[in-house]
Design a protein around this ligand. Structure first.
Ligand SMILES: *Cc1c(COP(=O)(O)O)cnc(C)c1O
Length: 244
């Protein structure tokens, strides 16, 4: 495990404010001013000092990808007041680490994984927020359930003890083609809208699944325009690792 140290003199508060300004402009530009899109800072690959520095600067919502790293940083992040979301693919044999430190696992992509999370949460006497990761770009390399299966899988997960399905997450198409990227984000929003509408009618158990975690440093404006409630930002807040 090779974690990056805090770059000397890096202005976390300034970088975070700049990203929040981008989010506010994007909200306003898409008729969503004041809708409260939250910024999750991807602290993965950064060491505990760097991660704690951004939490102290106001970035309390943080994302970690690798459970070995989370084991190393979890105590310090938690003591600093962070709320930790798992944003990387979670292996079944690493679920215990997530259950120890995370408030939310955004990358649940099967009922089988959810069953294991549920069981360990019941054993630990705690509850867990989960999001269903959906592969909206259709790329084979990407994790996530197929869009057509999302509501069925999410409903199955919602029936498990100790879990609350809070919404849907996707990693967008890695492309500068705005239409193609936004098409994927719109697809995730349609899935979320169906979850809420059908839950209101009593035909699905997903009334709390309103979150849309989508958009990263390079495309957060497009994600906000398509309804993101949370964007996940790494480099734009933490700096670039080569600069360290
Ligand atoms: C690292 C990461 C991000 C942030 O990526 P940047 O391009 O650095 O903003 C967002 N989402 C996930 C799932 C990540 O792993």
């Amino acid at each position: 495990m090779d974690l990056s140290p805090t770059p000397a003199g890096w202005d976390y508060a300034g970088a975070l404010a700049a990203v929040k300004a981008r989010v506010h402009v994007a909200e306003a530009a898409s008729g969503r001013a004041g809708s409260g899109v939250r910024v999750l800072v991807a602290t993965k690959t950064w060491d505990a000092d760097a991660a704690v520095a951004v939490v102290r600067a106001g970035g309390v919502l943080v994302g970690e990808s690798r459970m070995q790293e989370l084991d190393a940083k979890g105590a310090e992040l938690t003591a600093a007041g962070a709320r930790i979301h798992v944003i990387g693919q979670l292996q079944r044999n690493k679920v215990a680490t997530a259950v120890e430190w995370a408030q939310c696992i955004q990358t649940v992509d099967s009922a089988r994984l959810a069953e294991r999370i549920s069981r360990l949460c019941v054993d630990a006497g705690r509850t867990m927020e989960v999001m269903l990761q959906v592969n909206v770009s259709g790329e084979e390399s990407k994790a996530g359930v197929e869009p057509d299966e999302a509501l069925a899988v999410a409903s199955m997960i919602a029936s498990l003890p100790a879990l609350t399905v809070t919404g849907f997450m996707t990693i967008g198409l890695n492309s500068r083609d705005e239409n193609a990227v936004r098409e994927g984000y719109a697809r995730l929003r349609e899935i979320r809208d169906q979850a809420l509408i059908r839950s209101e009618r009593g035909t699905l158990p997903l009334a709390q699944a309103w979150e849309l975690s989508m958009g990263m440093s390079q495309d957060l404006e497009w994600a906000v325009a398509e309804g993101a409630t949370m964007v996940r930002v790494g480099t734009a807040v933490m700096g670039s690792r080569t600069a360290a």
